[in-house]
Design a protein around this ligand. Structure first.
Ligand code: FES
Length: 150
């Protein structure tokens, strides 16, 4: 068992009701839920692997793949949706040649669509790491990623 995982699990007893907090701690330590770690969690909690995937898939906070160096979160909440957030997601997917939820082959970018980012007056908006991008248009996509791409 990986050292980081041992540290996470050391504060738990291994009971079923701890599953979500355990997954949250793993995600915050590893940045995502690695497959081999889910198997270890299954042994520790005695919750079947398939059930852990079922629970983790239900909550959008959990990821099964690592993030890219630059993590893009496009808001698809109501205000952003009304202002064309879906087109922004599609535009980024095309520009970076990835699907929502995926990572570019050079691991430079990962893309995720999320609920309200809390800046509805700036819709449609997104974040790239901690940087908020507001009133995004399709034209902005090339500009935003030209600045970041090496
Ligand atoms: S709906 Fe997009 S920031 Fe609130």
């Amino acid at each position: 068992m990986e050292k980081g995982l041992l540290e996470v699990l050391s504060s738990y007893q291994g009971i079923r009701s701890e599953l979500i907090p355990i997954l949250q701690d793993i995600q915050s330590n590893f940045g995502y839920l690695p497959e081999e770690i889910i198997e270890d969690v299954s042994k520790f909690t005695r919750v079947p692997v398939s059930e852990i995937y079922g629970v983790a898939s239900f909550y959008s906070q959990f990821r099964f793949t690592p993030k890219g160096n630059n993590h893009i979160m496009v808001c698809t909440g109501t205000a952003c949706h009304v202002k064309g957030a879906d087109k922004i997601v599609e535009g980024i997917e095309r520009h970076l040649n990835i699907e929502e939820g995926g990572v570019t082959s050079d691991k430079e970018y990962s893309l995720e669509s999320v609920g309200c980012l809390g800046c509805c007056a700036l819709a449609p908006c997104a974040t790239v790491n901690d940087d908020i991008k507001s009133n995004i248009t399709i034209k902005d996509i090339k500009k935003i990623f030209r600045q970041k791409k090496k």
